[in-house]
Design a protein around this ligand. Sequence first.
Ligand SMILES: C[S@@+](CC[C@H](N)C(=O)[O-])C[C@H]1O[C@@H](n2cnc3c(N)ncnc32)[C@H](O)[C@@H]1O
Length: 266
Amino acid sequence: MRDLPYLVTTSRRTDPELVGRAQAWAERLGMPYADRADRSLEKFCAEEGVEAALTVTSVRVGLVIPADGTEYFFHPSMARTRIRNTREGGGDPMVTAMALQPGDSVLDCTLGRAADATVAAWAVGEDGHVVGYEAHPLLAALTIEGLASYEIDGAGVQEAMRRIDAREGDCREVLPTLDTRSFDVVYFDPFFGRMVERSDAMKPLRRIGLHEPIERVTYEAARRVASRAVVVKQRRGEELPGVPEPANIISGGGSRIEYLVIEPAR
Ligand SMILES: C[S@@+](CC[C@H](N)C(=O)[O-])C[C@H]1O[C@@H](n2cnc3c(N)ncnc32)[C@H](O)[C@@H]1O
């Protein structure tokens, strides 16, 4: 895992309650807490000798990397729009690729901000089950917390977020421990090889997240764990290494994305 040294602190304007919350985050993450002492984040990081600061403010918890202007915090990205589109009959290519029905189970191996997992949790409904693993400890903690507490309107969106069973873990280690055919669908959305995100929203996640390649052995483990399909999101025209031959490819509509649908192991 790439090493990004950071400290936990508060906003400039602070109070004992905020300090307590920041200290609780530091303890949860096993990272040191440092007083902000009315310093800019540039000064704070320079003086403390770290690259980044996890700032706990009255509004949110986010990681700031002053040197390149990165600010990462949890939000459900396009999940609400995608759910609305689906509800209005427009469909969603990921849901189509997974052939999701109410009651299905989905294992998301690259949880990130859980936007895809939220759409999946909405599609499988209350009788379904979505489990997601995120390998980066800080991203995992922010997503676990965000899914439990983020408030958002839109029919069923917040409820879908709350239903996701989000965990910290590396899918390369987790998949071999899972029972054969224990999920209907196993899903991967690894980072693409090249920097393709047009949306600024994805850049901080790419900056912080885990980039180590997912290899054939992991996709094969996923084929054993899935009973219906392994679905892999990739950039159109770019072949992710190690991915087994897909039985079907679902286009991501007008976007440059496609979903590879791979059959489970027989
Ligand atoms: C492109 S993002 C996924 C975005 C996600 N689909 C969403 O809707 O927010 C890839 C995420 O997978 C995580 N990741 C990469 N390798 C992983 C692994 N082996 N196990 C678990 N998570 C991993 C990265 O840290 C990053 O957060």
